[in-house]
Design a protein around this ligand. Structure first.
Ligand code: SF4
Ligand code: SF4
Length: 425
């Protein structure tokens, strides 16, 4: 028997239309001995290349040469941020960053752990020679090998920022975020704040921020705004998720805290949905951006741009108002991915797993591989997980986690596939 999707096997139409590779097709392959879930890779490459390679929407002539059309104030920093800005996760081509700046992008968000510092190197090269005070360059308190421990010594935190400056080839960062902040302890860690104060005094970092898409997202962000300590918050924010965030954004606006949205494409499955027409695929990203930017308290958004054609597509939405047809499209997308999309900031299932599998993190890494085309980076992040907490447990588990998911995600199947994909990349 062939593996599902292998040349010659007929995949039923309803399985092709499933947002994820169908459970039945998947189990058929496993039952036939073709798929080794606990780390084997017998069919891995072929299986997932056929079903999961994201395709870019067809480029539209109208998109060619798109430029930023609108700039918005970034809180008390005084900077005018391009409404659609540059996320550098997966960036490895300096020319892409350079083109973004040429098209009017002013805000660039990177991190030492994006592509093991490759993103900072590419960004630094791409922006070299441009007027420094016209740019806002952002990185994270982090290292190429991963996140800093919450109690990392002050000297370690400072050294991590100096490493970023070296790789970027600049003298100062405009903003440095406490990265992947999942608790109030991490948010207010005195060592990190002392390091920031020293770096600021030395002219090496101007502003401090916090980024998060973890289960405590709303709590962390509310505290960050109310603390008076943070200049910018960077938050996972997309169509009709987290109603409390709108109140937090309003408070942030009142207190002069800039708000940067990320994860705005809600999983970015639009290019893989059989129930989307070509024109819906082409319009989805722009509709998602316009909806996010319709909140007047959002300063701007960052979206990963690692290919030149994404610049044309994404900047086409700059300065545009959201329309009723945009909202209908976003509603349709929501219906199609309702039982596929793991909501950043949820975490309702985490305590139910006897093995401590970080379900949300694994599904996020898998999203990077499946939907963002960042297969190698996703595999690297997965490899950094503690071996005992990886998702190879899922194949033989009774899945108590699934009873706790408010969105009824088939967590076990999704994680078993994610493990196979990420461990075999
Ligand atoms: S299927 Fe089992 S091992 Fe996997 S996340 Fe759920 S509870 Fe944990
Ligand atoms: S799998 Fe479900 S319960 Fe778990 S974090 Fe994702 S959306 Fe929440």
């Amino acid at each position: 028997m062939r593996a599902p999707g292998e040349a010659g096997e007929v995949i039923p139409d309803n399985e092709r239309r499933d947002p994820d590779l169908s459970r039945r097709a998947f189990l058929r392959g496993a039952a036939a001995g073709g798929l080794t879930l606990a780390g084997g890779c017998k069919y891995g490459t072929q299986l997932f290349l056929i079903h999961d390679t994201p395709k870019a929407p067809a480029q539209q002539p109208a998109w060619a040469g798109s430029r930023v059309q609108r700039y918005r104030p970034l809180g008390r920093t005084g900077f005018q941020m391009s409404d659609i800005s540059f996320g550098c996760s997966g960036l490895d081509d300096a020319a892409v960053a350079r083109r973004g700046a040429e098209r009017g992008v002013t805000y660039f968000d990177t991190s030492p752990d994006y592509s093991r510092a490759g993103s900072e190197l590419a960004l630094g090269t791409g922006l070299r020679g441009r007027r420094r005070d016209a740019l806002f360059i952002v990185s994270k308190f982090c290292t190429p090998d991963g996140h800093l421990a919450t109690d990392a010594p002050v000297a370690t935190v400072i050294a991590s920022v100096e490493g970023s400056l070296r790789r970027l080839g600049i003298d100062y960062l405009d903003l440095c975020h406490i990265h992947a902040c999942n608790s109030l302890d991490r948010l207010m860690a005195p060592n990190i704040h002392e390091a920031f104060d020293r770096l600021k005094q030395a002219g090496k970092v101007r502003f401090i921020g916090v980024s998060s898409h973890t289960p405590d997202l709303e709590t962390v962000m509310a505290h960050a705004v109310d603390s008076g300590r943070f200049d910018v918050i960077m938050v996972a924010y997309n169509f009709r998720n987290w109603p409390d965030l709108t109140n937090i954004f309003r408070r942030a606006h009142e207190r002069g805290v800039g708000v940067v949205a990320m994860k705005t494409l809600k999983g970015a499955r639009h290019t893989q949905l059989a129930d989307f027409t070509p024109s819906e695929r082409e319009s989805f990203a722009q509709a998602a951006f316009k909806w996010v930017l319709s909140n007047p308290h959002v300063s701007g958004l960052v979206v990963t741009m690692s290919r030149r054609e994404q610049i044309d597509e994404y900047l086409y939405a700059s300065g545009q108002a959201v329309t009723a047809s945009d909202v209908s499209l976003l509603e349709k997308y929501d219906r199609l991915v309702a039982r596929d999309y793991c909501r950043p900031g949820c975490g309702a299932c985490l305590d139910a797993c006897p093995y401590g599998v970080p379900v949300d993190d694994v599904l996020r890494y898998d999203m990077y591989a499946r939907n963002y085309g960042q297969r190698r980076e996703a595999a690297r992040l997965y490899a950094e997980l503690d071996v005992d907490r990886r998702a190879d447990h899922c194949a033989t588990c009774s899945a108590p986690c699934e009873r706790t998911c408010p969105f009824e995600l088939p967590i076990r199947d999704k994680l078993a596939r994610a493990h196979h994909r990420l461990a075999c990349a």
